[in-house]
Design a protein around this ligand. Structure first.
Ligand code: 5CA
Ligand code: ZN
Length: 407
């Protein structure tokens, strides 16, 4: 699938490489150094394209964009893969309810997402991969799990036996009781008769009347959700890639199951080295979600004339791991902040700019501490300055390369 156009990232190489990047891993509940061997490999779970991109989605993709920018500044090449869940229950339900062809709905929303990501200066993945185009990979993984005795059939649907992976549970660190309630809440079917274990999840869903289906050696049907990401990540990145990313609502079951399926299919393998999760953005007292309908769309903000850089700065003012609430006041504050930073450029010399490079890099190397990076820049913009403006291009490049914001 076609991705979108990436903005060019200015190089800060004149200041030497940025420090190595430390990031919080959900599986160990601690901040660790990332240790890419040359090229850093990252998989970020993409959208299910049945509605427009909201501020919560944008916050998640901006967080991983900051990680990619941190790696690049530290001297790494980055191999970035993102999927699109272009066939799944919520998409088909929305299409049926609104009388729109499901493929048309998906294509239109993917196109809108591309426009939003481009406007927010989120760098595009190297491979942008749809579930539909990955069906052969999903079928292959299901067959492999079946041949190892880790998958079984219930009335034409294929299930993954979750306990086939000895490490099952180590991503989310949840108890079986906690897993059960989340599984039921987030699309699982713990009570289905014929399953061997309530937590076993669907690998391949047999054709149902009125639903799209694809022919395969395991019968006509469509991919389950979790295996889509297992198969795409493994095929495009290989095992033990550096970071598996997404919002905290994906910790369980999605990331637990994706890791489990891959590790069971390839005994002894590790899916990802770190599982990185963003906090949930709320609005009007609840998590912003397509099913709740309390949404602030990036495209609507853009259409109403809001500067995408102000949207990005308002989002970045929060640490990526915290849960927070969107409000229009934050957008106003970000717009004012942009103005203060822009006004300070002409009063900055190269020595001061070089100091800012070091301080912003240090803040972002420590689990992408954007609130600290922004404080550094606020202090610069508000502090006494005796500069001649010679440092302006450096600060512009710094804020562009590391925060993705053009001043
Ligand atoms: N297609 C699957 C992942 S394979 C999916 O979860 N799609 S999604 O469209 O529902 O969400 C896309 C990404 O946005 C996911 O990483 C999800 O965790 C994140 N996300 C969804 N809602 C929010 C929110 N309110 N705040 C922050 N991130 C969110
Ligand atoms: Zn995913």
């Amino acid at each position: 699938m076609r991705a979108w156009a990436s903005a060019t990232v200015p190089s800060l190489a004149a200041f030497g490489p940025a420090p190595a990047v430390n990031i919080h891993d959900t599986a160990t509940a601690a901040v660790h150094p990332t240790t890419p061997s040359g090229t850093a490999r990252i998989y970020v779970c993409g959208i299910t394209p049945y509605d427009a991109t909201h501020v919560g989605h944008a916050a998640t993709y901006i967080a991983f964009d900051l990680l990619i920018r941190a790696w690049r500044d530290a001297g790494h090449d980055v191999h970035y893969v993102q999927n699109v869940t272009d066939v799944d229950d919520p998409l088909l339900e929305r299409a049926a309810r609104t009388g729109v062809d499901w493929r048309r709905l998906a294509d239109d929303e993917i196109e809108r997402f591309r426009g939003d990501m481009e406007a927010l200066r989120v760098l595009a993945p190297d491979e942008y991969v749809g579930a539909v185009e990955s069906i052969p990979l999903v079928v292959e993984m299901t067959r492999r799990l079946t041949s190892l005795g880790h998958a079984y059939e219930v009335d034409g649907d294929w299930y993954f036996a979750v306990h086939a992976d000895p490490a099952f549970g180590e991503v989310s660190r949840l108890t079986e009781t906690e897993m059960s309630s989340l599984f039921a809440e987030r699309g699982g079917d713990p009570d289905r008769p014929g399953k061997k274990h309530p937590l076993d999840c669907v690998l391949w869903r047999a054709e149902r009347p009125g639903e799209p289906a694809w022919d395969s050696e395991i019968g006509p049907g469509r991919p389950g959700w979790h295996v889509e990401c297992s198969a795409i990540a493994l095929h495009h990145l290989g095992e033990a890639f550096d970071v598996q990313g997404g919002g905290s609502d994906l910790v369980f079951p999605h990331h637990e199951m994706s890791a489990g399926e891959t590790q069971a299919a390839y005994p002894g393998s590790t899916f990802a080295q770190a599982y990185v999760h963003t906090g949930m953005v709320g609005y009007e007292g609840e998590k912003m979600s397509k099913s709740r309908g309390n949404l602030v769309f990036v495209s609507q903000l853009r259409e109403s004339g809001v500067d995408p850089m102000a949207i990005r700065l308002a989002i970045t003012a929060h640490h990526y791991r915290s849960d927070w609430e969107w409000s229009s006041e934050q957008l106003d504050a970000a717009q004012e902040r942009l103005g203060r930073w822009r006004a300070a450029l002409d009063r900055t010399d190269t020595a001061l700019a070089g100091q800012l490079v070091a301080e912003v890099r240090a803040a972002l190397a420590e689990d992408l501490d954007t609130p600290l990076a922004i404080r550094v820049l606020d202090d610069w913009a508000e502090g006494p300055q005796h500069g001649d403006g010679s440092g302006a291009p450096i600060v512009r490049d710094l804020v562009d390369a590391r925060l993705g914001i053009r001043l």
